[in-house]
Write a protein that binds this ligand. Structure first.
Ligand code: B12
Ligand code: SF4
Length: 285
């Protein structure tokens, strides 16, 4: 039996034809923070177990996932990043967690938790105990601390539960540790893009949180949960690029921001500052 403070479950998804997958940056950020707080963690990566949501695959998934879960003895279970398209698999995950660990708190997180009025989905439909809305880096260690130091997860002030919605937003995202990338084995650094006939490893990065616009259909905009837009400084972004280059030999980065330069009034100056800093560091080799 493996004892862990945090057991993370990365939900699977129905992959598109030819679509790749990489370990979610959100979980990478949470793992870095959990390590920094001195807690232990592990991940059950369900994207490795199933690639479609056909009934037969879901049944096989249930069996494999349940036997994997039974290897662990966690303090809390974190499920996510949850998004709408994973609902069928999330149902299987929640049933298995309940069966394997009837008394261990289950906490879901990810973009889906930010859609107003959908909380019933987590509590009534999926049967999770808590959700973390917004940033998970401080909220997860806080929940672990509450249980380990007081014996009561309810002493954590950052968890949302039935009838109580809390939004966690870290103002200065430059202060966050870079995402843990120790689980990014080959499949994460996508080899889909190639240059001069050689496959090139690629890493994903995110340099902002939120989007200033309010499209009705989108969870990233500020209409949802009145989120603030937060951006990393050019220096901080380029520091991570240098880190990826030095430690992993990466020279191809894909930015997954909703809006990389979103402020139309300052965009020209922001782009110039970013490019100048990049050129100064000679990362363009
Ligand atoms: C990169 C990305 C992808 C990549 C890779 C996904 C991956 N494995 O990481 C690819 C291209 C494969 C992809 C595919 C799809 N994506 Co996508 N994707 C994104 C994108 C642009 C960035 C994700 C990211 O890295 N964010 C940065 C991290 C730091 O933020 P985060 O993930 O939210 O994590 C933080 C918190 O949410 C929380 N948290 C996250 N996980 C957990 C877990 C726990 C336990 C806890 C407590 C907290 C927690 O803490 C984290 C740190 O603060 C987002 C938009 C966005 N801005 O987030 C869309 C987004 C997640 N995708 C979306 C969609 C719809 C899809 C697709 C369904 C598209 C399609 N039609 O095929 C597919 C399905 C994939 C799937 N997993 O099911 C939607 C989901 C909306 C929704 N209603 O749920 C989003 C939000 C875009 C949007 N604005 O609409 N996607
Ligand atoms: S991320 Fe794109 S679609 Fe979503 S609110 Fe912003 S501009 Fe609209």
């Amino acid at each position: 039996m493996i004892n862990v403070d945090l057991l993370l479950i990365n939900p699977p998804f129905h992959t598109r034809n030819g679509s790749g997958s990489f370990f979610p940056l959100g979980l990478g950020y949470i793992i870095s923070s959990v390590i920094d707080h001195g807690y232990t963690w592990n991940v059950v990566d369900c994207t490795k177990m199933i690639h479609s949501f056909y009934e037969t695959e879901l049944l096989n998934f249930e069996e494999e996932f349940f036997s994997e879960l039974k290897k662990y003895s966690p303090v809390i279970i974190g499920i996510g990043p949850c998004i709408t398209s994973q609902l069928r698999a999330l149902k299987v995950i929640s049933n298995c967690c309940r069966k394997a660990f009837p008394t261990i708190p289950t906490i879901a997180g990810g973009p889906l938790t930010l859609i107003e009025g959908q909380e019933w989905l987590f509590y009534d439909n999926l049967g999770f105990d808590y959700i973390i809305r917004g940033d998970g880096e401080f909220a997860i260690p806080d929940a672990i601390k509450a249980i380990k130091e007081t014996g009561e997860i309810e002493n954590s002030a950052m968890l949302s539960k039935r009838g109580c919605n809390i939004l966690n937003e870290i103002d200065d995202i430059d202060t966050l540790l870079f995402p843990y990338r120790g689980l990014h084995n080959g499949d994460v650094f996508s080899t889909r893009r190639s240059t001069v006939n050689t496959l090139q490893n690629q890493a994903a990065m995110i340099t902002s949180r939120g989007c200033p616009y309010s499209c009705n259909y989108c969870v990233s905009g500020n209409r949802m949960a009145k989120k603030k837009v937060r951006k990393r400084s050019a220096n901080n972004i380029i520091l991570e690029m240098e880190d990826l280059n030095n430690k992993c030999g990466i020279n191809d980065v894909i930015f997954y921001d909703d809006c990389f330069f979103s402020n139309t009034k300052t965009a020209a100056a922001d782009i110039k500052l970013f490019c100048d800093t990049l050129l100064e560091k000679e990362l363009h080799r």
